[in-house]
Design a protein around this ligand. Structure first.
Ligand SMILES: Nc1ncnc2c1ncn2[C@@H]1O[C@H](COP(=O)(O)OP(=O)(O)O)[C@@H](O)[C@H]1O
Ligand SMILES: O=C(O)[C@@H](O)C(=O)COP(=O)(O)O
Length: 419
C-alpha cells in the first residue's frame, strides 16, 4: 500500500478516490476505520469518516485511529482530504485534525491545498475562489453548518490551528517543483507549521504533486491527488484494471436527492422532465408513521420506467427556509435523513441494486443504512463523482456532492451501465 487517505465525509472520499483511479492507482474506499487489519490488494486506501462537522475531539480521535490503521497497512504517505471549499468553523475541524495528524507522525510541516480547478475551486495569493467568486461571496456563505465568511486560507488556518501558516504563491509554483520545495524549507525555518498553496490550473497541481513527494502528510481537496498519483507511477502494477472493478451493472435503480444546493436544484428540475419523480413531504416525514411505506410502494411501481424514479427533498432556499421555520432546521433535516435511510434499506431488500444519491450527509446515511463496508472505485460520471461498487455485495452507488456534476448528471450516470 502506497497512499493512505483520511477523508472527512463520504462524497469527499469518493471524490478523491475517483481522481486516484483516474490517475492509475488501484484504490479501495473503506467506510469508517476497520476493526482489524485487512488483506487489501490496492495502491491506495481512502477511509471515509463523518468528521467534518462533529465535535473537535471526536474528529481528532477518528482521524488519528484512521491514520494508525493506515500505518499498520504499510502506507508510506498520508493525505487528509477535506472540502475544496474548506468547510470548517473557527474551532475546526481542519486545523485541529491537521495538528493531531502531524503530532502522531512526528512531523512538523505540511501543506494546505484545497484547489480543484476542474470544479472551479482556485487559490490565488492565498485566497480561495469558487467559480470565480471569493469563497465568502459564494453560496458557501449561507451554508447551514459551516458558513464560510472569510476567503483567506492563511487566516482561516491560523485561527483554528496551533501553529502559523505561510504561503507559496503562484509565481514560485511557476518556477517549478524545486523552487517550491526550497520555499517549504524556508517557511519551516521561519517557524511555520503549514503553508497554503496557490493553484489555479492543472499545471500548478502537477508541479505541487512533485514538490510534496517527500512530505509524510499532505492536506487538501481532491485536486492534488492527480499530481501525487504521478509520484508513484513506477510502483503501480496493472493500471488498466484500476477502473474495471467499480463499473455499475444494468439493474434496478433509484435516484435519492437530499441536497438543496443550487446545482442539485437544477439537476432535479431537469431530470423531473424525463423521469417519474416524487417530492418528499417533510411534514409527513415528521408526523406520518406509514409515509415511508407509501413512497416505497410508489418507487416499486415506477422501477420499470425508461429512467429511474427519483425521490427528492431538494428545495429552493425560500421553501427550505419556510420548512425550517415551521419544524426547526435540525428536526426537519434529521427527519429527511432518517426517511432516506429507511427507504434505501427497504429498496435494497426488494432488489434495487443501484443508488444515485445527491448530498454529502444524505450519502453518508444512505451508505450506512445499506450496510456497505467499502467500495471499489469505478469510472467518473463527472469530475469528482465516480460510480462505486460495494466490495461485499452487488450494490453500486453514485455519491454526488451537492455542488458537483452538470445539469444532466442523473441521466448521465445511468449511461454507464453494462450488462
Ligand atoms: N426539504 C428539506 N427540508 C429540510 N431539510 C432538508 C430538506 N432537503 C434536504 N434537507 C437536509 O439538508 C441537508 C443537506 O445536506 P447534504 O446531504 O450534505 O447536501 P449538500 O452536499 O448539498 O451539503 C441534509 O441534512 C438533508 O436532510
Ligand atoms: O472537495 C469537495 O468539494 C468535495 O469532495 C466535498 O467534500 C463535498 O462535500 P459535500 O458538498 O458536503 O458533499
Amino acid at each position: 500500500m502506497l497512499l493512505g487517505v483520511i477523508a472527512d465525509d463520504f462524497t469527499g472520499a469518493t471524490d478523491i478516490a475517483g481522481f486516484l483511479v483516474e490517475n492509475g492507482m488501484r484504490t479501495i474506499q473503506l467506510n469508517g476505520v476497520p476493526k482489524t487489519t485487512l488483506d487489501i490488494d490496492a495502491d491506495a486506501v481512502v477511509i471515509s469518516l463523518k468528521s467534518r462537522s462533529c465535535p473537535v475531539d471526536e474528529a481528532i480521535d477518528t482521524s488519528v485511529s484512521a491514520l494508525n490503521w493506515l500505518r499498520q497497512q504499510g502506507c508510506q504517505q498520508f493525505y487528509f482530504k477535506y472540502c475544496s471549499t474548506f468547510d470548517s468553523t473557527r474551532e475546526g475541524n481542519i486545523g485541529p485534525v491537521t495538528d493531531a495528524l502531524l503530532n502522531a507522525l512526528g512531523e512538523d510541516f505540511t501543506i494546505v491545498c484545497p484547489a480543484l480547478p476542474v470544479n472551479g475551486r482556485t487559490v490565488f495569493n492565498g485566497h480561495l475562489f469558487v467559480m470565480g467568486e471569493l469563497l465568502s461571496d459564494s453560496g458557501m456563505r449561507n451554508h447551514p453548518v459551516t458558513p464560510m465568511t472569510d476567503s483567506s486560507l492563511v487566516r482561516l488556518m491560523d485561527n483554528q490551528s496551533s501553529g502559523t501558516t505561510g504561503l507559496v504563491n503562484y509565481q514560485t509554483i511557476e518556477q517549478g517543483a524545486q523552487a517550491v520545495a526550497e520555499r517549504f524549507a524556508a517557511l519551516a525555518r521561519e517557524g511555520h507549521r503549514y503553508t497554503v498553496l496557490d493553484a489555479f490550473n492543472q499545471s500548478h497541481l502537477e508541479t505541487l504533486g512533485e514538490a510534496v513527494k517527500s512530505l509524510k502528510l499532505v492536506t487538501g481537496g481532491s485536486g492534488l491527488a492527480s499530481g501525487i498519483a504521478k509520484n508513484w507511477t513506477e510502483h503501480l502494477s496493472d493500471q488498466s484494471s484500476a477502473k474495471q472493478a467499480g463499473k455499475p451493472q444494468q439493474a434496478k435503480t433509484v435516484v435519492l436527492s437530499g441536497s438543496c444546493s443550487i446545482m442539485t436544484n437544477q439537476q432535479v428540475a431537469n431530470y423531473a422532465q424525463k423521469a417519474p419523480h416524487l417530492a418528499l413531504d417533510v411534514k409527513a416525514c415528521l408526523e406520518q408513521q406509514d409515509y415511508c411505506e407509501s413512497v416505497f410502494q410508489w418507487v416499486l411501481e415506477n422501477l420499470e420506467a425508461d429512467f429511474a424514479p427519483m425521490v427528492y427533498a431538494t428545495a429552493e432556499p425560500e421553501v427550505l427556509k419556510a420548512i425550517q421555520a415551521q419544524y426547526g432546521a435540525q428536526a426537519s433535516s434529521h427527519a429527511v435523513e432518517q426517511f432516506f435511510s429507511q427507504l434505501a434499506h427497504q429498496l435494497k431488500e426488494n432488489g434495487v441494486q443501484n443508488f444515485i444519491v445527491a448530498g454529502g450527509e444524505t450519502s453518508g446515511v444512505v451508505t450506512q443504512s445499506l450496510g456497505v463496508k467499502g467500495f471499489h472505485i469505478g469510472p467518473q460520471i463527472a469530475p469528482g463523482v465516480p460510480w462505486v461498487k460495494a466490495i461485499d455485495s452487488k450494490l453500486s452507488l453514485a455519491l454526488k456532492s451537492g455542488n458537483f456534476g452538470d445539469v444532466n448528471f442523473f441521466e448521465t450516470a445511468q449511461g454507464f451501465y453494462h450488462d
